[in-house]
Design a protein around this ligand. Structure first.
Ligand SMILES: *Cc1c(COP(=O)(O)O)cnc(C)c1O
Length: 393
């Protein structure tokens, strides 16, 4: 039985069929920059592509390939391309699939730097971009231009937690000959597989759920078909934003527990979301697993679970946010997400403090907004921690 045919949870543990001459139980770290050829003929065949041999680690390496094949299988795609970071994946996608005069439509609440690099740098090369609430399908339709080449979706998006309908998006993309890309970082392949709905390219910041232990920065792209895969791989190699063997080993290790980590964190997340929703000092809570979430039904349809990210608004605004940050003792005051440890963040006083208040609020980053990434700790400790910190406000 090809490993590809295995069920998701088995694939997580066994990976996509790595084998070496020793039948190593675990994928070894091939800590080498280059690979010697047996003879000139063999070298020539590696370069011509006749033999699928390794040449140089920026182009490919057995440990990195094992990771790429595993994530490609988890997403149901043709092939994977590991990158130095999630942003390495974003820039590789932009560089490979856009050209001078092209136009991209993107989710307005997309990861900040995914928008920043487009508006500040790709614009210098004549690429146009439009940012809209992609959870409104009609807004996508009306934003399409003759030169639209990419539809770039993030769902659930952050910090609004709004959800975009992947199936409907792909219908529109296909009709208009547009390549559809999904940033699947917030869900991981465990909760959502965009390729199942047609999506052409999926990518992750592996820094988050895939690795899951807050000790690696990395990214990965999975393409549905060979044509786009080849373009992306060549671009990654030429830009030099490759991943490395040692970190590939760490991510492969993290992936083995992806399902049980997310299951536990999700159990915690729904309890915490409900606790927060009933707290008098909290204005609103955004979590796709709450019935109050406007796209609760859509989340239920296209995701296997509701994830581990919660946004909430403190009634006390900016000051309340700072008090909460200064009083939590279990959750770590840190950006990032998707790890075994719970993280808390107050964008107005932390990540977004340099943005003028007016534009910050326009982008939905209100004064009392708190972002909470739920880990796998005992939920009672997390709730007690929030409870004592909220009581200080
Ligand atoms: C973190 C993140 C990225 C960027 O990933 P890095 O590994 O930090 O470069 C992109 N998209 C989303 C949704 C993220 O959370």
């Amino acid at each position: 039985m090809a490993k590809k045919d295995l069920r998701f949870n088995t694939l997580l543990v066994h990976g996509a069929g790595f084998k070496d001459q020793y039948y190593s139980a675990n994928v070894p770290i091939y800590q080498t920059s280059t690979f010697a050829f047996e003879n000139a003929d063999y070298g020539a065949k590696c370069f011509s592509g006749e033999i699928d041999g390794y040449i140089y680690t920026r182009l490919g390496n057995p440990t990195i390939s094992a990771l790429e094949n595993t994530v490609a299988a988890l997403e149901g795609g043709y092939g994977g391309i590991a990158t130095s970071s999630g942003m390495g994946a974003v820039t590789t996608i932009y560089m490979a699939l856009l050209e001078k005069g092209a136009h991209i439509i993107s989710t307005d609440a997309v990861y900040g730097p995914s928008r920043g690099v487009m508006e500040e740098h790709f614009s210098r090369f004549g690429v146009e971009s439009t940012y809209i609430d992609t959870s409104d399908i009609n807004k996508i339709k009306s934003s399409i231009r003759k030169n639209t080449k990419l539809l770039f979706i993030e769902t659930p998006a952050n910090p609004t937690m709004s959800i975009t309908d992947l199936e409907k998006c792909f219908e529109i993309a296909k009709e208009n000959n547009i390549i559809m890309v999904v940033d699947n970082t917030f869900s991981s392949p465990y909760l959502q597989n965009p390729i199942k709905y047609g999506t052409d390219v999926v990518f992750h910041s592996m820094t988050k759920f895939l690795n899951g232990h807050a000790d690696v920065v990395g990214g990965i792209i999975v393409a549905k078909e060979k044509v786009i895969y080849d373009k992306l791989r060549v671009m990654m190699i030429n830009m030099g934003c490759n991943f490395d063997p040692h970190q590939s080993y760490l991510v492969l290790r993290g992936i083995k527990t992806l399902a049980i980590r997310i299951e536990r964190a999700q159990e915690n997340a729904i309890k915490i979301a409900q606790y927060l929703e009933n707290h008098p000092k909290i204005e609103w809570v955004k979590y796709p697993g709450l019935k109050s979430h406007p796209q609760y039904e859509l989340a239920k349809k296209q995701m296997r679970g509701f994830g581990t990210m919660i946004s909430f608004e403190l009634k006390g605004g900016y000051e309340a946010g700072k008090i909460l940050m200064n009083n939590v003792k279990v959750a770590l005051l840190a950006v990032s997400l998707g790890g075994v440890e719970t993280l808390i963040q107050h964008p107005a006083s932390m990540t977004h403090s340099k943005i003028p208040k007016e534009s910050r609020i326009k982008a939905g980053i209100t004064d009392g907004l708190v972002r909470y990434s739920v880990g796998i700790e005992d939920v009672n400790d997390l709730i007690e921690d929030l409870d004592q910190a909220l009581s200080k406000i």
